[in-house]
Design a protein around this ligand. Structure first.
Ligand code: ZN
Length: 248
């Protein structure tokens, strides 16, 4: 009579293999679901950060004759960026970063006693312009290439379409970091094709903060507006969420 222990251990080995196979199959089925949940959580955190920035930016305008901070201001000795103007109103500098941004370099800075290490994943949509450029009047803000300053756009209260005008858009870039004037203004429409082609952001689109304080995820096509992706250059006529114009 053969020893029963060898039959028992052979059976256990088969059982073990079956269990391992089942676990592997289950893991294969669960991983996409886990990835979806993680993406959704990151999108929610990003939108919550944008809304906090929106509250701070709108509060700033309330204290400054209704005007938003400039995307970039040419001050001495260094130009300032929009984030500099609202630091004092924020509990944490972490709201400047999107959780899926692994491109914008984190920076540790101390300004007015407020110290934080953060990425900056968001920029104000704007345009480089000189006096007489027709399209600059449609934008929220613009960098005056002759005056070397960034003019605040229309006051929020006078925007014809505050809920359809983007105040911040996602822009992951090695030049976009906290309190750096470079990268503080995004060129909006021209950035869209690269963001559409490169899966850097959230599943299905980017989060946009609007001038009424709400945050919304939009595909590149929806953000581009009525002109569509074929018409996203500034000279060709910026449209969609990148302008202060209603219904475009
Ligand atoms: Zn984000």
């Amino acid at each position: 009579m053969p020893p029963s222990s060898s039959r028992a251990s052979a059976f256990t080995l088969i059982e073990l293999l079956v269990v391992i196979s089942i676990v592997a199959i289950l893991a294969g089925m669960l991983l996409p679901a886990v990835s979806l949940v993680r993406d959704a959580a990151n999108g929610t955190r990003c939108a919550a950060s944008q809304r906090q920035l929106g509250i701070a930016l709108i509060a700033y305008s309330g204290d400054n004759e209704g005007l938003l901070p400039p995307a970039i201001a040419w001050t001495e000795p260094w130009p300032e960026s929009w984030d500099r103007f609202i630091i004092g109103q924020l509990a944490s500098a972490g709201v400047f970063g999107c959780p899926v941004d692994r491109v914008s370099p984190p920076q540790t800075r101390t300004v007015d006693g407020f110290t934080g290490t953060t990425r900056r994943s968001f920029s104000m949509p704007g345009v480089n312009a000189v006096a007489g450029d027709a399209w600059r009047e449609r934008m929220l803000t613009w960098w005056d290439t002759t005056g070397k300053t960034c003019t605040p756009g229309t006051a929020i209260a006078r925007l014809p379409d505050a809920s359809g005008t983007a105040l911040l858009m996602e822009r992951f870039s090695s030049s976009n970091f906290w309190l750096n004037n470079s990268g503080a203004m995004a060129y909006g429409p021209p950035d869209l094709p690269s963001r559409q082609a490169t899966p850097l952001g959230h599943r299905g689109g980017d989060n946009y903060l609007f001038c009424d304080g709400h945050s919304e995820k939009l595909s590149a096509q929806r953000a581009a507006g009525t002109g569509g992706m074929a018409n996203v250059t500034l000279a060709g006529g910026a449209r969609g969420v990148f302008t202060a114009v209603a219904g475009d």
